[in-house]
Ligand binder design. Structure first.
Ligand SMILES: O=c1nc[nH]c2c1ncn2[C@H]1C[C@H](O)[C@@H](COP(=O)(O)OP(=O)(O)OP(=O)(O)O)O1
Ligand SMILES: [Mg+2]
Length: 201
């Protein structure tokens, strides 16, 4: 049984969600925020899965230990799937959540509610050093709001309306988000396979 894992992310919001999700299973989480000198991995893939694989394999190779990477983002139907894999850098390279939200809201202006459908997407890659990489994916369906609402979460959470909760993702507690999010859905799929992955059989 795995007792500790490195999550190949420098995103504080993701780090905090993984810490909560995995603490329940007795697994301690380290992230790249604990290792400021670890390499920056360029996200050159054209899918979430490709980018998750790039991050997991590079960091597993660097630490010679099992690593999980998350590549995720928002896909909006009325924008032809954008911002997609460019979610983090939609308004520029600085990864500015507020600027990204402002750009999306501007592009969505005037589009009626029924046509504001969107989903969060998460690809998780788990990589064993000198071994294999396994990828699982999760999604979470919702609508893009007209104005931001809520203080919790990170990224696009304040403009992502979750119909079954009648709230934005940023109005949910971390516990509530961790029951329904794209990240939680993907992690459940990973858990079903991980004894097999970690033990190599
Ligand atoms: O639950 C979420 N709630 C709101 N927004 C979210 C979520 N999950 C991903 N997102 C957004 C944030 C960022 O704009 C992009 C992820 O980009 P992504 O490259 O995977 O992460 P990142 O660059 O922030 O950190 P890192 O690559 O070190 O893991 O999608
Ligand atoms: Mg990134």
């Amino acid at each position: 049984m795995m007792r500790e894992v490195i999550i190949a992310t420098k995103n504080k919001g993701k780090a905090s969600e993984f810490q909560a999700l995995l603490a329940k299973k007795g697994i301690a989480v380290k992230t790249l925020l604990d290792f400021p000198n670890s390499p920056d991995v360029e996200e050159t893939g054209s899918t979430f899965a490709e980018n998750a694989r790039l991050k997991a394999e590079t960091i597993a190779d660097y630490f010679q230990t099992i690593v999980i990477a998350d590549d995720s983002g928002l896909s909006i139907d009325a924008l032809g799937g954008k911002p997609g894999v460019y979610s983090a850098r939609y308004a520029g390279e600085e990864k500015d959540d507020e600027a990204n939200i402002a750009k999306v809201l501007e592009e969505m202006r005037g589009i009626p509610f029924e046509q504001r459908t969107a989903r969060f997407h998460c690809a998780l890659a788990i990589s064993v050093p000198n071994g294999s990489t396994t990828i699982v994916e999760g999604t979470c369906e919702g609508y893009i709001t007209e104005v931001p609402k809520g203080e919790n979460g990170f990224g696009y959470d304040p403009i992502f309306y979750v119909p079954q909760k009648e709230k934005t993702m940023a109005e949910l507690t971390k516990e509530e988000k961790n029951k329904i999010s794209h990240r939680a859905v993907a992690l459940v799929k990973l858990e079903k396979q991980w004894e097999q992955i970690v033990n190599g059989e």
